[in-house]
Design a binder for this molecule. Structure first.
Ligand SMILES: [Zn+2]
Length: 459
């Protein structure tokens, strides 16, 4: 008899996050290769006695793998600095250090960032990398290699900055590229690394950094480049009141109007933060299908404000969650963002009618898949979709007495990850990575953080 390579997972609660929010109090999943073959309530059907692997997931909740939609991996090396600054002061404090990064540092930081997310249930990660010091090596390849080696699905948002201080921008001139260099390097990164095949593990987006660090020409030509190459667009937008003021002074309009004028609203665009949005900004995002990466912890850390996520969802704006860089969210874990998204929005204008636990889980899974343009393949547990899923342990002291497992996951303490699968391959077991040595990564990132501090002259 031919070996049956399938995996059966049974006896767990399942939150599918499909269009109907289907849940099973006790159910099963069958994985075949890189896909989910079937799932449903109760035990697995007969005829699956000879599968390669059978997991008794009693006491667990199965959800789609978490999808992170905004991050800056390199910041893993500058965590815990400038902890009492707002965005602009924090950036100005850190740019000189960031301008000294090199390939070995960026690779180590990517490993640290990816490991922290993966062991906490992230199956799809992204990195918005926009600092490319001259002579620093092939940073994009270093980041992509780290993700590939760890087995995490990945989007590299190839960032850029070309508006230095002498052009009215925020970053120092030595930290920026030229317009032509930024565009050429971005195009080369897409051509070398962007995978359009089904189940792709590596994709690339075009991602100039922000209105206050990028020329209008780079915004415009970046949008044209992405559309010519058929890839997505990402940037920071409407993060702080200072940015809004900057846009009015320099461009004579607010950030959303500026984005519209440069070709940056559309269903192939997602933007980090979007905190300072008025009703017509939200309507413009909804009308054009522009997505949002909501980063509640980072917004709180930098005192940026509270994004109007309930209003965005009501208007039909696609919204995912992001940890943002770990220099403004030292934890770097996405499952805590489910909780923070919910709690922070309840502090905002809508109070108790803000997000529910199930909406928070949807933001961190299907919502993220949507803004990354991958919702047809990931973000929910459905037959035919890629087998990216997490088994959260819910029968320990932390969660066992909480009435319902989705409530326990979102409102409760960070839940232990018993198993996490990407493309049907298990990458985490009992909270530890199977694809990398966490202790070695901790040592390497510490050494690289110290080396960066030494080179930058503050250690
Ligand atoms: Zn960011």
């Amino acid at each position: 008899m031919a070996a049956d390579r399938r995996t059966v997972i049974e006896n767990c609660a399942i939150a599918t996050v499909d269009a109907q929010d289907t849940e099973h109090a006790t159910g099963h999943l069958v994985l075949a290769g890189d896909r989910i073959e079937s799932l449903g309530p109760g035990p697995a059907p007969e005829g699956l006695e000879n599968v390669a692997r059978r997991i008794d997931a009693t006491g667990h909740l199965a959800t789609p793998g978490l999808v992170n939609t905004h991050h800056h991996f390199y910041q893993w090396l500058t965590r815990g600095l400038a902890t009492d600054h707002n965005l602009f002061d924090w950036l100005v404090a850190l740019y000189p250090t960031w301008a000294r990064i090199d390939e070995a540092m960026v690779h180590a930081a990517a490993q640290g960032s990816l490991a922290m997310m993966a062991r906490g249930g992230v199956t799809t990660a992204m990195d918005h990398h926009y600092v490319f010091p001259r002579g620093s090596g092939d940073l994009s390849a270093a980041i992509i290699t780290a993700a590939r080696d760890m087995g995490v699905r990945f989007t590299l948002a190839r960032g850029s900055m070309d508006r230095g201080e002498s052009d009215g921008g925020l970053p120092p001139d030595f930290a920026v590229e030229t317009l032509d260099d930024a565009l050429a390097a971005t195009e080369e990164t897409v051509r070398r690394h962007h995978d359009t095949s089904p189940g792709a593990m590596t994709q690339v987006a075009v991602a100039p950094c922000s209105p206050f660090s990028v020329s209008t020409e780079l915004m415009r030509q970046g949008a044209e480049l992405a559309r010519r190459l058929g890839v997505r667009l990402h940037t920071h937008g409407s993060e702080t009141v200072e940015e809004e003021k900057f846009c009015h002074e320099l461009f004579g309009m607010g950030p959303t109007d500026y984005f519209e004028s440069t070709g940056w609203l559309g269903d192939d665009v997602w933007m980090a933060h979007c905190v300072h949005m008025n009703d017509s900004d939200i309507a413009a995002f909804a009308r054009t299908g522009t997505g949002v990466a909501h980063c509640p912890s980072s917004n709180a850390r930098l005192a940026a404000g509270i994004a109007r996520v309930p209003d965005m969802l009501a208007a039909g704006v696609p919204v995912g969650l992001g940890v943002d860089g770990t220099a403004s969210n030292e934890s770097g874990e996405l499952h805590t963002e489910l909780r923070n998204a919910l709690l922070i929005n309840r502090l905002g204008a809508h109070r108790e009618k803000a997000l529910t636990a199930r909406q928070a889980l949807r933001l961190g899974t299907h919502g993220g898949a949507r803004v990354l343009g991958r919702a047809d393949e990931i973000g929910s547990l459905e037959p035919g979709k890629l087998a990216d899923l997490v088994l959260w342990r819910m029968d320990t002291l932390a969660h066992a007495s909480i009435a319902d497992p989705v409530t326990a996951l979102v409102f409760g303490a960070a839940a232990p990850v018993t198993a996490s699968f990407v493309n049907g391959r298990q990458i985490v077991e009992n909270g530890r990575l199977l694809t990398a040595d966490e202790d070695a990564i901790a040592r390497t990132t510490r050494a690289e953080a110290r080396r960066l501090a030494r080179i930058a002259g503050h250690a």
